[in-house]
Design a protein around this ligand. Structure first.
Ligand code: ADP
Ligand code: MG
Length: 696
């Protein structure tokens, strides 16, 4: 029997399978399409489709689906069997080039943010040959982009692919200036670290809040949370170990390079990190990872929670987006390299990253803004809502020396390009890292740490690619026209670093002083989704995306609307769920327990009037007071929910949701959590944080 490593990618129609199964010419033509972005010859598609079908049937598949990523943020699929009636009662098994290349799912129920109102109602899916097809649950899944008939992107993959194209174009212009004649393609590489919680399925079933909203809407803090940090990298418990083993095996079969696994900071929290891949493949794989995590957990009597903040007061879950740029010749452009020429090229790409993050702080911020992530950002456990960059002491010193035109003082040999000798080797040591920074340089890549655990990585990477493409475009414009390249390069790097130094912050991002310091530097601090959402439709950001053909203006507006609509919906569901639990679970439990205490007092009085019932009376009093407060808060929340007005502008609706509904929810929770600490355990109608977090 083959071991699980040997089974790696066995469910994937990958390069090795294609080489084996496709005629040489077809394979070469397909390769040209994927590597050089050429369009695909229909005849080639037909041959590929047939080979895919034969392979899928051998693997036991019966159906195929175009697998796509609508703007819900999760994946969608509609299965079709390979069978085609022959007309004599029998069937043949067929899959044509056309079926491979294009599909027409009935798309009317996916969010379109108004795009479908103005354009054709139906959408179509188009094969993305740069991401391998795979078999999942007996179905051949073909990664596809999803567009309207007018060509508007209705999904998350299309803009990501467009942003990769834009970045590639601009990066190639820059690389050419450095004489890299052999490079024909530059693409972003991403390794997303996925955090998640595992809890017992039986507990989950007893919590309507977890079922309906993915997070607990009630729950007093347990006596022991994560204070002792004894969970981080702790020994992995057997039931979790079994889960991880199967998760790895399942992911490996699908060609996902699941590599690192460990316990995270919070109890019951874990992390999985894959080996990095090209960003659109990484995005597809991350969607698969989240799906497989849920499925495998279920098989083990567990539930995998991907919400950003399942438990109040306990660390939330993020997704660290490790990002770099690679050439098709295997050079990591954010690796400083060893020679002055490599260093200069590195410094230029570094300058592009710095300028991009500074100029498009707002865009990066909005790319990670939604109801779930609002609970994390800026809450002293995740990066702050202010976007800044950590470069570490060494690199910052290099930059200081460039800006101040002094010689970097670390080596004996002095001054070549840029007043910098060969750059020092940067430590890639974990301990040296700043974990409070939203955007940290880690030796040869950046780690964008603000993404939420449940979100698709496509949006943030589309924004990042666009911003970097714009910087590189400006650089290329300037350098292509320079009469003295080295001189112009020096001047450009120096100027850019000087202008955008404010975005660099190596200190503690959790420190309240940073908020003030960031304000002085003119950095943005958008605390909530409502604050950030307008960035989608600012003139500056629309100009960026339209210039690089990543989003049209209409597509940006659609994203803006969808984001706000979803925000309002999510919080409305939470509010309704909260009311329901408070009314039908918590209040009855509190009343029942109060009755029990009252009965006890009465019983004692009946036995003898000389027995003191002060304790019972004081317990009752406390219970009554808190119950009254809870009830009043519930009435407020009820009114807040009733006060919603669907006729208002989306922005006003979202602001109301935040200011009125969320605020009312906080009050309800406050009193309910106090009552949890007063009511006898056996009366409490749901598993507590203690029950849920401490036993998995
Ligand atoms: P840590 O938790 O300390 O940040 P991990 O090992 O958990 O480190 O994760 C590092 C992630 O960065 C991995 O997913 C890894 O594949 C990814 N990575 C490494 N090099 C690159 C690169 N050049 N581009 C993108 N991602 C990278
Ligand atoms: Mg990390």
């Amino acid at each position: 029997m083959r071991n699980s490593c040997e089974r790696f990618g066995e469910c994937v129609f990958n390069d090795a399978v294609m080489q084996k199964r496709l005629p040489k010419e077809t394979y070469k033509a397909l390769k040209r399409t994927t590597e050089e972005g050429r369009s695909l010859d229909p005849a080639v598609a037909g041959v590929v489709a047939n080979a895919m079908k034969d392979w899928a049937l051998e693997m036991g598949a019966t159906h195929y689906t175009h697998w796509f990523q609508p703007m819900t943020g999760i994946t969608a699929e509609k299965h079709d069997a390979f069978i085609k009636p022959r007309g004599d009662g029998s069937v043949s098994l067929e899959f044509s080039g056309k079926e491979l290349v294009q599909g027409e799912p009935d798309a009317s129920s996916f969010p379109s943010g108004g795009l479908r109102a103005t354009f054709e109602a139906r959408g179509y899916t188009a094969w993305d040959p740069t991401s391998f097809a795979f078999i999942k649950d007996g179905t051949l899944c073909i990664p596809t982009a999803f567009c309207s008939y007018g060509g508007e992107a209705l999904d998350k993959k299309t803009p990501l692919l467009r942003s990769m194209q834009a970045l590639n174009k601009q990066a190639l212009r820059v690389l050419k200036l450095f004489g890299n004649a052999d490079v024909s393609n530059v693409y972003p590489t991403v390794g997303p670290e996925q955090e998640y919680f595992l809890i017992d399925k039986e507990d989950y079933k007893k919590r309507p809040d977890l079922i309906n909203t993915g997070r607990t809407l009630f729950g007093a803090k347990p006596p022991k949370g994560q204070e002792l940090d004894d969970h981080y990298f702790g020994a992995i418990r057997p039931c979790v170990g079994d889960f991880m083993k199967e998760l790895n095996e399942e992911l490996w079969k699908l060609g996902v390079y699941s590599k690192t696994e460990h316990n995270e900071v919070a109890p019951a929290q874990h992390e999985m990190a894959p080996v990095f891949a090209t960003v659109n493949v990484a995005a597809d794989h991350n969607q698969l990872t989240m799906e497989v995590m849920k499925r495998v957990a279920n098989k083990h009597g567990l539930v995998c929670l991907l919400h950003e903040k399942p438990f109040d007061g306990i660390n939330g879950s993020g997704k660290h987006n490790n990002y770099s740029l690679s050439t098709n010749t295997g050079v990591n452009l954010l690796d400083p390299g060893e020679t002055p020429n490599e260093n200069a090229q590195f410094l230029l790409f570094l300058a592009a990253m710095i300028e991009a993050v500074d100029n498009y702080q707002d865009l990066l911020r909005v790319s990670i803004a939604y109801a779930g992530n609002d609970h994390r950002l800026g809450a002293n456990e995740a990066p702050p809502a202010i976007i800044s960059m950590f470069l570490g002491d060494e690199l910052t010193a290099v930059i200081e020396s460039i800006v101040s035109e002094s010689v970097y003082q670390n080596r004996e040999r002095v001054q070549m390009l840029l007043g910098v000798d060969v750059l020092p080797e940067f430590s890639k040591d974990n301990t040296d890292r700043n974990r409070t920074s939203p955007f940290a340089f880690t030796g040869n890549k950046f780690e964008f740490r603000s993404l939420g655990s449940s979100q698709s990585i496509s949006g943030p990477n589309t924004a990042l690619n666009a911003a970097v493409a714009e910087s590189l475009c400006g650089f290329a414009d300037e350098l292509e026209n320079a009469s003295d390249f080295t001189f112009a390069l020096n001047a450009l790097i120096r100027r850019v670093l000087k202008e955008h130094k404010r975005i660099i912050f190596n200190g503690n991002g959790y420190d309240p002083a940073w908020v003030e310091e960031a304000r002085k530097r003119g950095l943005l601090n958008m605390k909530t989704t409502v604050d950030a959402a307008p960035c989608y439709i600012s003139e500056k950001n629309i100009a960026l995306f339209t210039k690089h053909h990543i989003f049209s203006k209409a597509e940006m507006h659609s994203r803006y609307e969808i984001r706000l609509e979803k925000y309002v919906k999510v919080i409305n569901i939470e509010a309704l769920c909260m009311m329901d639990m408070a009314r039908r679970m918590i209040l009855p439990a509190v009343l029942e327990y109060s009755k029990e205490v009252a009965k006890e007092a009465e019983f004692k009085k009946n036995v003898s009037t000389s027995i003191a019932v002060d304790t019972e009376m004081s317990m009752l009093e406390k219970l009554s007071t808190e119950t009254a407060s809870l009830y009043a808060a519930m009435n407020m929340l009820d009114q807040a929910i009733a006060g919603q007005n669907g006729d208002l502008e989306l922005m006003e609706q979202a602001a109301y949701t935040h200011d009125t509904i969320l605020a009312a929810m906080t009050e309800v929770r406050k009193y309910a959590d106090v009552l949890e600490g007063l009511v006898a355990k056996k009366y409490w109608p749901m598993p507590t944080y203690q029950d849920i977090l401490m036993y998995v």
